[in-house]
Design a protein around this ligand. Sequence first.
Ligand SMILES: Cc1cc2nc3c(=O)[nH]c(=O)nc-3n(C[C@H](O)[C@H](O)[C@H](O)COP(=O)(O)OP(=O)(O)OC[C@H]3O[C@@H](n4cnc5c(N)ncnc54)[C@H](O)[C@@H]3O)c2cc1C
Length: 344
Amino acid sequence: MLDLAVIGAGPCGLAVGVAAKRAHLACSLFDKGPVVSSLQRYPLYMTFFSTPEKLEIGVPFVTAGDKPTRREALAYYRRVAEHFELDVRQYHAVVRVERTAEGFELEAQHPGAAEPETIRTRHVVCATGYFESPNLLDVPGEDLPHVSHFFVEPHPYWQQRVVVVGGGNSAVEAALELSRVNARVTLVHFLSDFDRGVKPWVLPDITNRVKEGRVAVRWCSRVVEITRSHVVVRRDPDGDRETVPADFVVALTGYRADLSPPSPWRPTCEGSTSRASFRPGSTPTRSSSRTAGSTAAGFATTLKANPPELPLGGDRLLDIVRPRTRCERDESGSVLTSEARRVP
Ligand SMILES: Cc1cc2nc3c(=O)[nH]c(=O)nc-3n(C[C@H](O)[C@H](O)[C@H](O)COP(=O)(O)OP(=O)(O)OC[C@H]3O[C@@H](n4cnc5c(N)ncnc54)[C@H](O)[C@@H]3O)c2cc1C
């Protein structure tokens, strides 16, 4: 029987694994993809916002430049797993978690296996992230094949008309990369300016591209319909509609944690506070699960024999979350604690 099973081998899951290793716990990590699989879907040429020491988990993170690239980060996290000899069970999707008298029973399905494997463990840490659940526009046509909620690289869009939806870092960086390969970019954003969190060194670049007309922008505008050839944009507050030709639509409107764990432990929220708790068999309302989703992203939540309330500290611990995880035994040998802190 394991002391600890970690669902998800992203940066937070790995940090839990390292802390567990240091505490001499028998711990395995289960990921439905490869280790740090969500980084695989990041833009190929992205540079992290954080400096490498802020992303470190137990071993130094040395990079060629000031900030790590995606490729450097992938190599780093592989090295962390190797250095600490973490038991990372890649391509094992956890499909069920049940409470038992001793702790928990998990089922993990490998695509090559006919039946899921059963794992018994005293504790479970759920570190399943948020990058797989984009905030949808919720408009007709969003499911068309030329619409994507992820941007990986600009090459496929050369000389194409691309509508980028959003005004944060992902949208701005995608618009810039697209403009550099001569895609015809129109950025649609519901605010009257770029988001305040846009990287300071990126802002002058996009501002100048907008000024010189290489990136067209529709401020205070929302996409209300997508067809195979165009996007219908409604301008606030007057409601005027415009048809913008589009060969591709890249909607980069953020992501949220999918807190529908494969278990009878459902997240619930207490009123409008940012406290989530896990109770057996309770079913979240749509709004409560959304609140829990936004607070629990990137957060390694510990499910214990007596499900604790989780003080999540702030209502939007979204993108920039760095795990600081401690795993300790108390006198009875059963306490695990974990916490996640926002990167300054
Ligand atoms: C473009 C971009 C740039 C970013 N830049 C920075 C930055 O500069 N600094 C910073 O601190 N943060 C940055 N972030 C955010 C950071 O990457 C995330 O906060 C971090 O990846 C969260 O780690 P995590 O382990 O919680 O989740 P994830 O990395 O999403 O890992 C979750 C893992 O759980 C697995 N999983 C999900 N469900 C199951 C299941 N049922 N069974 C098994 N496995 C499952 C997934 O496959 C995945 O590997 C950035 C994010 C993006 C998108």
